[in-house]
Design a protein around this ligand. Structure first.
Ligand code: PEP
Ligand code: MG
Length: 584
């Protein structure tokens, strides 16, 4: 049994068979092999060479049929790499002398050649580097038994193992037989992780070496609360986790009993608790977990996993359906937030060096007013059928708010001209997720009806920590004093202008932070549906006056660690109070 530790990304426990998903990259691990295993390792290498060669010949044949011989000839370079005697002999010699696994040695030999080619003046040879890399990946896939399949091909219940998964990959998992997933890279607030939470699929990310350690067919245990993954567990571990799995299911069922209870503090301060969704299919889960409406509807998923763009009519129907199902509770529809870690093939958005700082969200929408107005009209039309609000993502300054509102007004005029009804008083809000917006929240507050704090981005921009990079995940501190000060500033600015302020970043779904956020004055929490019962339970256990004192104290501290210690002490006290009350 091997135990791996990564970043807990989506709660729950699952046990099942591993499925290595077709991946752009794999983590190759160095393993020692015995002298007796060398012939086996050599024959694995030879078989992979033959298999890779026949795959390439097949591709060549198909391309030649469809596109002509000259395109197919590009693959001759790939075949040459596979037939290169120097490479083959070096791998076999090193296998015999070094006693390491073939994946490791082969990768090392290729790396050496790539370094040599990189130094050459000859452009033709430098261009061969990508051929070597392509062949290398194909060989590794064959050596490690990774099949080129899509998630749709999965026929039995599996746990997906991948170097990385895109949010659009994850978005289709609920329809496939995927019961959980683990990845080598990624952070807790990547959209892949967020999607997993929404679909209630346990996940662990940032394991770094999962694709190197796990083979298709291995038995895996994923603990989405602690980030622990067991590969081929022994009997004792298996039994332990089967018990944990039952306990977790029982625990979540018990929490659902809170569904009908109001979300308010012990001393009667009411707080809205709503859900974040990505797909309309999540509505039953929102209702069963007691969510009062939708605080964040991430509409970009509408645009993913398809070849065309969604029409106004199609979007209108979907938004209307969600609004009608949740009426009279609010549904906050966030306009398109593409870019960052969410890409789309239909729109020609170039790859960028810094996608999270690039052509993303409202910036893209304002640059494509035609596309943006299709969505605005759809949202407006849906507003006639429920309590719909619209929200703009990634606002960095007032000009963007004004420009977006101008397009909203023009969409309204178009509908009026055609006698199509919409809610004339539809609230318009913005996400505060860029430090510049937080710092001028007082100015922005005068132009909008509400704020929703997007901590996933606010933290990454305030602390300069890429939210999807597992290597610096330790720096991603939601309660860093700088973040707390920004939140305080945003809340105070909103209240001064008499508008409400919520939070829809993942921070709002972490139970431990709830008392602090109540104390800072948040009016609304919007979290993944699964997190709602726990958040509600904690809010119902705190006194608003105590929570205020807690947040005042937190704001005087110097480090995130100090704040964490303070809130965990407070948290333990609440739990003790609750237990004592039960005992009375
Ligand atoms: C956020 O940034 O906190 C947020 C809720 O938006 P997203 O995670 O979609 O960027
Ligand atoms: Mg965001």
């Amino acid at each position: 049994m091997i135990t791996l530790k990564g970043i807990a990304a989506s709660p729950g426990i699952c046990i099942g068979k591993a499925f290595l998903f077709d991946i752009r990259q794999v983590s190759v691990i160095k393993k020692r092999i015995s002298k007796e295993s060398i012939p086996k390792e050599i024959s694995r290498f030879e078989e992979a060479l033959i298999k890779t060669r026949s795959e390439i010949l097949k591709i060549q044949e198909n391309i030649s049929k469809e596109m002509g011989l000259e395109h197919a000839e590009i693959f001759n370079a790939h075949l040459l790499v596979l037939e290169d005697r120097m490479i083959i002999d070096e791998v076999i010699n090193r296998l015999k002398t070094e006693h390491h696994n073939v994946e490791y040695i082969f990768t090392n030999v290729l790396k050496k050649y790539i370094t040599v080619f990189q130094k050459m003046d000859d452009e033709y040879l430098r261009e061969r580097i990508s051929d070597i890399e392509d062949v290398g990946k194909r060989m590794l896939r064959n050596l490690m038994g990774i099949k080129r399949r899509t998630l749709a091909d999965i026929k039995e219940k599996v746990i997906v193992v991948a170097y990385d998964l895109s949010p659009s990959d994850t978005a289709t998992m609920h329809k496939q037989n995927v019961i959980g997933f683990i990845t080598d890279i990624g952070g807790k607030t990547s959209h892949t992780a967020i999607m997993a939470k929404s679909l209630e699929i346990p996940a662990v990310v940032g394991l770094e070496i999962a694709t190197g350690e796990v083979k298709s067919g291995d038995i895996l245990i994923i603990d989405g609360m602690t980030g622990v993954v067991c590969v081929n567990p022994d009997k004792k571990t298996l039994l332990k986790y089967q018990k944990e799995e039952r306990k977790y299911t029982k625990f979540t069922k018990e929490l659902e009993d809170l569904r009908e209870l109001p979300c308010q503090t012990k001393d009667g301060k009411g707080i809205e608790i709503s859900a974040n969704i990505e797909l309309p299919e999540e509505i039953p889960s929102v209702i069963s977990h007691g969510g009062k409406g939708i605080g964040l509807y991430r509409t970009e998923y509408f645009y993913m996993n398809r070849d065309d763009l969604p029409s106004e009519e199609e979007q209108y129907r979907a938004y209307r359906d969600v609004a009608e199902k949740l009426k009279p509770d609010a549904v906050i529809i966030r306009t398109l937030d593409l870019g960052g870690d969410k890409f789309l093939s239909q729109l020609e958005v170039p790859r960028e060096m810094n996608p999270f700082l690039g052509w993303r969200a409202i910036r893209l929408s304002l640059a494509k007013p035609g596309l943006f107005k299709v969505q605005l009209r759809a949202i407006l039309r849906a507003s006639a059928y429920g309590n719909v609000k619209v929200m703009y993502p990634m606002i960095s300054g007032v000009e963007e708010v004004d420009a977006a509102n101008k397009l909203l007004n023009s969409a309204k005029k178009e509908l009026r001209d055609k006698n199509i009804s919409f809610d004339k008083n539809m609230e318009v809000g913005v996400m505060i997720e860029i430090p510049s917006a937080a710092l001028i929240a007082d100015i922005i507050a005068k132009r909008v009806d509400f704020f929703s704090i997007g901590t996933n981005d606010l933290i990454q921009y305030a602390l300069a920590v890429d939210r999807v990079n597992e290597k610096i995940a330790y720096l991603y501190e939601p309660v860093h004093p700088a973040v707390l000060r920004l939140i305080k500033r945003i809340v105070d600015a909103a209240h001064k202008s008499k508008i409400w302020v919520g939070m829809c970043g993942e921070m709002a779904g972490e139970v431990a932070f709830a008392p602090l956020l109540v104390g800072l004055g948040l009016d609304e929490f919007s979290a993944p549906a699964v997190a709602i019962p726990q958040i509600k339970k904690i809010i119902r256990s705190v006194n608003y006056e105590d929570a205020k004192k807690l947040s005042e104290k937190a704001l005087t501290l110097s480090t995130g660690k100090e704040v964490e210690d303070l809130i965990s002490r407070y948290f333990r006290e609440i739990l003790r109070g609750d237990t004592q009350q039960h005992e009375k």
